[in-house]
Design a protein around this ligand. Structure first.
Ligand code: ZN
Length: 305
């Protein structure tokens, strides 16, 4: 528990492959927000078992997703199976989940994996979420993902910010890679957050933080730089997506990279937006990541570590 967090809440900081998780306890029942990436779904189940045991044998009564990117709902199926709990998702994604449309959900377009799951309730902006015995206002957070939600608890001055605001930046603005509007929406979301009473932010990735003004200043600055140079944002997105792929698969022969993501339409769009052929863009992204020490090369192999 970090300072400033009510005892009914636990913030579980995961890594960049798996989103963080927030668990709320209320009268022997727990609800978890987001579940991480499928690769570490067993870990998500083990972490949950420990948290439930630490809480004196609480029961996991529900899963809630801020949005349905693979790193936020990849543990849904495993947790729902292990604990027999229902899954609440953003209403705007309900039809895609019901049809399990991997393209609409963004998995096939990014070369990412996510096991299918069934949803129960849906959440929409304006709803109130009960978590940890507290009332959280459900807010729309388009920009990173047009369907994403964030949760604000005015009483405790807490924000579950998903990928709309991290201590250092925010998630890729995916709609812009396809030529759709996202920067303006992200600007509005940051302005919305700036208008809320918030002392502690529980983000989707990275540590929880209290310097909300500082994080917002950095985020506004980054967003302004992206809007001024959309191809640069697209190049950044490509690097993030290639790094994410390697976090998942750990190693690949350089010549196989293009084969592995041949059908990844989101990555193709990013390459086009960056003004490069797909092959050149992938090679550039891999080289950059190696130069920055984010990936390693060993002969013909590209490795995560
Ligand atoms: Zn996301």
């Amino acid at each position: 528990m970090m300072p400033g967090l009510p005892p009914s809440l636990r913030f579980v900081q995961r890594d960049w492959l798996s989103s963080n998780q927030v668990v709320g306890f209320d009268g022997g029942e727990a609800v978890v927000v987001d579940t991480g990436y499928v690769k570490h779904a067993d870990l998500a189940v083990a972490l949950m078992r420990r948290l439930l045991a630490d809480a004196g044998g609480a029961r996991l009564a529900g899963i809630v997703n801020t949005h349905l990117h693979s790193d936020h709902c990849g543990g849904n199926a495993a947790l729902a199976h292990a604990f027999g709990c229902p899954i609440a998702i953003p209403q705007a994604s309900a039809a895609d989940v019901a049809a399990w449309d991997e393209a609409a959900l963004g998995y096939s377009g990014t070369g990412q994996r996510c096991p299918p799951f069934r949803h129960g309730a849906t959440l929409a902006p304006g709803d109130t979420l009960r978590l940890g015995g507290l009332a959280w206002q459900v807010l729309a957070a388009p920009g990173h993902d047009p369907r994403s939600l964030i949760f604000h608890c005015a009483h405790e001055r807490l924000l579950i910010s998903a990928d709309a605001l991290w201590e250092q930046g925010f998630g890729i603005i995916f709609p812009e890679l396809d030529g759709d509007s996202g920067f303006a929406e992200q600007q509005a979301v940051l302005e919305l957050i700036a208008s809320l009473p918030v002392d502690v932010v529980l983000p989707g990735h990275g540590p929880a933080f209290t310097d909300v003004r500082g994080a917002l200043a950095r985020a506004f600055g980054r967003l302004a730089a992206m809007r001024a140079d959309p191809p640069k944002h697209a190049r950044h997105a490509l690097k993030v997506l290639v790094k994410f792929l390697l976090l998942d698969i750990e190693r690949i022969e350089s010549t196989q990279l293009i084969e592995r993501v041949r059908d990844a339409t989101v990555m193709r769009a990013a390459a086009a937006r960056a003004g490069m052929t797909y092959e050149a863009a992938l090679a550039w992204a891999a080289d950059e990541l190696v130069t920055q020490g984010q990936l390693r090369r060993d002969g013909d192999w590209l490795l995560d570590h």
